[in-house]
Design a binder for this molecule. Structure first.
Ligand code: AMP
Ligand code: ZN
Length: 479
C-alpha cells in the first residue's frame, strides 16, 4: 500500500513504525460553528483511509481532537455572550451528528483542547528549558531559528525567517509572508474575558498549534505504552488534515514536538485538497459554504452527499456544484438497485461470473493501494456492474453466482459504505408497508394507492409483482 507523503512529496510504501495499531492523528474541527462540507470532505478522506487500512488488516487507533479554545471560539462565544464551554458544546454535538449522518466512523478518542492544558504546559516548559522558547510581554514564543529543520514540511525558504522581537505572530492563523516566531502561550488580555488558566507559566491560554502537539503525543504514546510521558514518545504513523493546515499549523506542531523529543513527530503526513466553490476554497470567511444541514434541507440523501464527497481523489481539488449531488444520487441508486436485482436472480449457472467478480475486486484493491485512487476503484465496481447486469438481462446468473457477486460488492462496501441495509427500515415505514400489503389483500386499491404515495414521500418506492409488493429506496432529491 502506497501513500503520498507530504514530507517527501513522494508516494511511499506504508509500514508501521512499531508493531501494534496504526497510530493516526487527524486535526479535528474548530467548534465555533457548524462544519461545512469542505471540512467534511477532509473528514471523509480520513474515514476512507482508516477503512482501507483496516481492510488491509491493520488495526487503526485514530485520535481526532476538538479545538474548543482558540482565537475563533473565544471571539464567537464573546459575540454571542455565552460562556465558551456552552458555546462550543453545541457545535461539538452538531459535528458528531453530521459525522454519523455521513457514516464517518468514530475515532478512538476525541480529546478536547480545554481538558489538556497541563500537557501543553509540560511541553512548553521543556521548550523553555531547552532554549527553543522564550517569554515576551504578551506570551511565550517558539524561536523558529533555533529549530534547524523548521520549514521541512511546507518546504519553506528559510531566508525569510524573522526571528526574535522583529518577527512574532500572536494570532493562531497567519500565512507564509508572516513567517516568524509563533505563540505557544498567550498571556491573558481583556479580549479573552473569562477564558484563561492560571498555570506555572503564567495566566493565559494556549496557542492553537501546541494543542494538537500535546493531544497527539499524549494519546498516541499511551496507545502503545502504559501511561504517558514525553520520554516514551514514539513517532506517529500518520498525521492528517486539510492542505491549509500544512503551514503554519503542522509545521509548528512538528517544531514543538521534535524540539522536545528529538525524534521525528510523524512518519507519514497526508493532506487532502480543498473543496472549492467557483474556484475558491469553501470557507466560513468567504461565506461560500454549504453545511450538511443545508443540503439535507434541500432534499439530498446523505448517501448521495457521502458519495459526491468521496468519489474523487483526495489530492485533487474538487469544485463543488449542486448538480454533482444528482449524479451521485444516480450512482448510489444504481449500486443499491444492483444488489436488489442480484437478490432476486434465479437464472442458469454462469461459469465466468465468479472469476469476473474476483478480478474486479482485485482491481478495486490495487487502485486503493495506489494512494487511495478512489476513482479507479469505483470504475472497477461500475465495470463489474455493467457486465453482470448484461448477464442478468440474459437470465444467465444463478442464485449462487449472485451471492458471490454480492459478497464482492459488500467487501468493496466495507470501504465505501454506500449500501443501505434492507433490515434497517425504520418502524414507521415497516408499518406503512404492512398496511399497504393488507389493503391490497382486501382489494382496497384506493387505500393502497394512498399508501404508495405516502411511502414515496418518505423515499420508498413500492412496486407490485406476482410475488407480492416489492420496495426500494429512492436516493434522488426529494422536492
Ligand atoms: P477547521 O474546523 O477549520 O479547523 O477545519 C477542520 C478540517 O477541515 C481541517 O483539516 C481543514 O484543513 C479542513 N478544511 C477546511 N476547509 C476545507 C475545504 N474547503 N475543503 C477541504 N477541507 C477543508
Ligand atoms: Zn491540529
Amino acid at each position: 500500500m502506497k501513500l503520498y507523503n507530504t514530507l517527501s512529496r513522494k508516494k511511499e510504501d506504508f509500514h508501521l513504525v512499531k508493531e501494534g495499531p496504526v497510530r493516526m492523528y487527524s486535526c479535528g474541527p474548530t467548534v465555533y460553528d457548524f462544519v461545512h462540507i469542505g471540512n467534511l470532505r477532509t473528514f471523509l478522506f480520513e474515514d476512507i483511509l482508516c477503512r482501507f487500512l483496516e481492510y488491509r488488516g491493520f488495526e487503526v487507533f485514530q485520535v481526532k481532537n476538538l479545538t474548543d479554545v482558540d482565537d475563533k471560539t473565544i471571539k464567537g462565544s464573546r459575540k454571542k455572550g455565552v460562556p465558551l464551554k456552552e458555546f462550543t458544546r453545541e457545535y461539538e454535538k452538531a459535528f458528531f451528528e453530521d459525522c454519523k449522518t455521513l457514516r464517518i466512523r468514530p475515532a478512538r478518542v476525541y480529546p478536547r483542547a480545554t481538558e489538556h492544558i497541563p500537557e501543553m504546559v509540560a511541553i512548553i516548559k521543556e521548550l523553555l528549558k531547552k532554549g527553543f522558547a522564550y517569554k515576551s510581554e504578551d506570551g511565550i514564543y517558539f524561536a523558529v531559528d533555533k529549530f534547524k529543520e523548521y520549514g521541512k514540511l511546507a518546504h519553506l525558504d528559510r531566508s525569510h525567517l524573522k526571528a526574535g522581537a522583529s518577527g512574532r505572530v500572536l494570532a493562531d492563523e497567519y500565512d507564509k509572508e508572516n513567517l516568524a516566531d509563533f505563540a505557544l502561550w498567550k498571556f491573558w488580555d481583556e479580549d479573552d474575558g473569562d477564558v484563561f488558566w492560571e498555570t506555572e507559566i503564567g495566566k493565559g491560554r494556549p496557542g492553537w498549534h501546541i494543542e494538537c502537539s500535546a493531544m497527539s503525543v499524549k494519546y498516541l504514546t499511551s496507545a502503545i505504552s502504559d501511561g504517558f510521558s514525553l520520554d516514551k514518545f514514539e513517532t506517529l504513523d500518520i498525521h492528517t488534515g486539510g492542505v491549509d493546515l500544512m503551514f503554519p499549523h503542522h509545521e509548528d506542531e512538528i517544531a514543538q514536538v521534535e524540539a522536545v523529543v528529538g525524534k521525528p513527530f510523524a512518519n507519514f503526513w497526508l493532506h487532502s485538497e480543498h473543496l472549492l466553490v467557483d474556484g475558491k476554497k469553501m470557507s466560513k470567511s468567504l461565506g461560500n459554504f454549504y453545511t450538511l444541514r443545508d443540503l439535507l434541507k434541500m432534499g439530498y440523501h446523505p448517501l448521495a452527499i457521502r458519495y459526491a464527497l468521496i468519489s474523487s481523489h483526495y489530492r485533487q481539488k474538487l469544485n463543488f456544484v449542486l448538480s454533482s449531488l444528482d449524479a451521485a444520487s444516480t450512482a448510489v441508486q444504481r449500486i443499491n438497485d444492483f444488489i436488489s436485482r442480484l437478490n432476486e436472480a434465479d437464472g442458469s449457472d454462469n461459469e465466468n461470473v465468479k472469476d469476473l467478480a474476483k478480478e474486479h475486486l482485485l482491481k478495486f484493491e490495487n487502485a486503493l493501494d495506489d494512494d487511495l485512487e478512489i476513482s479507479r476503484a469505483l470504475a472497477s465496481l461500475f465495470d463489474l456492474m455493467s457486465k453482470v447486469n448484461r448477464e442478468l438481462d440474459a437470465g444467465h446468473i444463478s442464485k449462487s453466482d449472485a451471492q458471490e457477486v454480492i459478497s464482492v460488492v459488500r467487501r468493496m462496501n466495507d470501504v465505501l459504505d454506500i449500501l443501505v441495509d434492507e433490515k434497517d427500515l425504520p418502524p414507521d415505514i415497516l408499518d406503512l408497508l404492512e398496511q399497504r400489503r393488507k389493503a391490497r389483500e382486501a382489494k382496497d386499491y384506493q387505500r393502497s394507492d394512498e399508501l404508495r404515495e405516502e411511502l414515496k414521500s418518505k423515499g420508498i418506492l413500492v412496486e407490485d409483482t406476482k410475488n407480492g409488493q416489492r420496495w426500494k429506496r429512492i436516493f434522488s432529491r426529494k422536492v
